[in-house]
Ligand binder design. Sequence first.
Ligand code: COA
Length: 356
Amino acid sequence: MTAASSGLDGVVVADTAISGVDGELGRLVIAGVEVEALAGSIDFAGAAARVLSAAGMQATAEELARELGAARERAWPIAERARAAGAFDTADGMDALRGGLALVHASGDDRADAVTAIGAAPVLVAAWHRARSGEPAIEPDPRVSHAADYLRMTLGAPTTDAATRALDAYLVTVIDHGLNASTFAARVVASTASDLVSAVVAGVGALKGPLHGGAPGPVLDMLDAIGAPARAEAWLVDELAAGRRIMGMGHRIYRVRDPRAAVLERALAGLSSPRLALARAVETAAAKILRERKPDRPLAANVEFYTAVLLDAVGLPRDQFAPTFAIGRVAGWCAHVLEQRAVGKLIRPASRYVGG
Ligand code: COA
């Protein structure tokens, strides 16, 4: 075990048909399709249907899109209850999502609960944002797509097709990613035969951390602090000298550039982003400096780097970046819960006692 290891690195605790990651080659396959081919060719409901079907739940894209519309409508009174209960009195959208999901009733029927949880997430996050902004929440519209409805409920106006397409590409790209920390957390809860909503709440808790899903907001802060490509190198050198990490760089699994970074960069093509050129310059400078500083540890851009630029370009505020990641990943968590149910075994890793 190296100092960098969590002790579980490389230990296989599940077989999965939902997604596979090859960190050496920089490859991500989601339910049988390379991420580069999936994102942009299918919307979020279509990708959610694929990952849930890979876990044994039969649903076509059209059926799931309809069911998710109905689930968003069902979540509307829950969002109001969450607001009234004070769950949205927080600056952290992940706390608001966790608090809102806590009010979602788990029926015990995993298929129904999966649709309920996936449908509730955007309604809760958008309602939290509106409450924080002092504006009334906007009721879901089951007739529009999941991504379009989320943007509409957040921004208060119908969005452009280009923004919806880009957000769909993002939600599809992050829908699942092997046994990452939040997925593992959700699977552990499912393995105890607890309910699906509890497993999803555990996933939210794990995703919140900046080492997992909480990095894109800080990436945008970094781009703002740098301001211009010419300042990138000096700023990054100072940051490292202060003992801080470069947000959006490095990954536990990938030893090359995260394939999702390229997918999101491509998805940005249809949007006008004031920050894209700067982001590319900062990435190039960061990769060069990190290569010099850590020649033995490849540290390249991860998914969060261009997540920040894309979510900013579609009009979402930066404190909504991590919860938006959760809105995509919740489908993956649900698929893993279903897959874990079929295994029917408690996940119980060991610890090594090193006390006296
Ligand atoms: N900037 C600077 N140095 C970094 C770095 C970064 N973004 N990521 C890793 N390193 C360095 C560490 O300081 C460590 O150096 P050391 O051996 O001299 O102490 C070495 O690389 C290994 O880091 P470690 O934390 O053990 O690797 P990990 O696999 O556990 O880390 C991440 C993976 C993602 C947690 C890490 O790369 C990171 O913190 N990145 C920034 C946050 C981020 O972008 N998170 C989103 C992930 S998708």
